[in-house]
Design a protein around this ligand. Sequence first.
Ligand SMILES: C[S@@+](CC[C@H](N)C(=O)[O-])C[C@H]1O[C@@H](n2cnc3c(N)ncnc32)[C@H](O)[C@@H]1O
Length: 314
Amino acid sequence: MHDCREMPRIRERERGSIGIRHGYVPMTLGHQGLSAVVRDVLAARLPEYDPWLYRYCGNLATERGFATYVRHKRDLLRFARIDPRSARVLDAGAGFGFTLLVLAWLGAEEAHGIEFNAPMVETARAYLPRLPAILSERIAIDEGNVMAMPYADDCFDAVLSVEAVSHYRDVEAALREIHRVLRPGGIVLIADGNNGLNPLTRRKTREIWDAFELGTSTGGVHGHNVAHVYQLEREKFIRETFPDIPAERMARETFAMTNPKSEKPASATSASGHFRARSTTATPFRRILPTGRSSSACSTRTPSADSSRRSDSR
Ligand SMILES: C[S@@+](CC[C@H](N)C(=O)[O-])C[C@H]1O[C@@H](n2cnc3c(N)ncnc32)[C@H](O)[C@@H]1O
């Protein structure tokens, strides 16, 4: 468990030696400068890098891809009214950590990421030393699960969940944890393009499922390559393994994703979910300060039954 008071920058801030506004990093490192840093990170091709990095983040090496990425993050922060300057921010499901770079560049005092995919964390840790110190000294990435985070209560001024909530296995548990580590009055921003309440997203997802299940005439769908048709593969498997049962029918009826019968439970789940925004993929919440609780710096409490008791009582 990280106790926020153990973080050196915070100790200094509490002693008053760091001003409230540390200042925008862009004053010293412009957009072009940051873009060059990211290009250098990708071009380094360090042996510790997960090969997935190039497929996933390769477009950050282009001016356009990088500009779009930064603009998206800035728009989200503006939308949620999060001012990262001098803030301690957490990216919950940080991937390869590039949002942390942008946060540090925008002046976040501390940009933390938590990510449970070890190769992604290793990749980020490998490239951190290549960054200018003004960025790297503000960034930390931990391997861990958003559903049980190694941070003390009330640690962060803001928590971001960017394109991550749709990956959480237990959204309720993750939100409880995010609430626990967020300081009273802090802001959580949840943004995810995989929003099942958005009709366009639903249609696209269905088209992808259908193409993988039934095949496509072109071989590709929304950037995915359909190399195998799942229904035919199941049929083949059933025929070879259970020659006595009707393989074609069994293969057809074991596909439920776009079956109308599955629609009802799926919409019931989204209706009882937390995310009401229909026209946008981002949702900001502000943590309300409970009566009688102080909004001052991080709690020294250690992780404990105490934190689960607190979550239950809210
Ligand atoms: C699409 S990436 C988002 C990357 C990052 N937020 C960004 O803005 O660049 C989603 C990440 O969330 C991670 N993830 C999903 N569930 C998680 C969990 N319960 N705990 C930690 N990481 C998780 C996945 O491994 C994946 O890397």
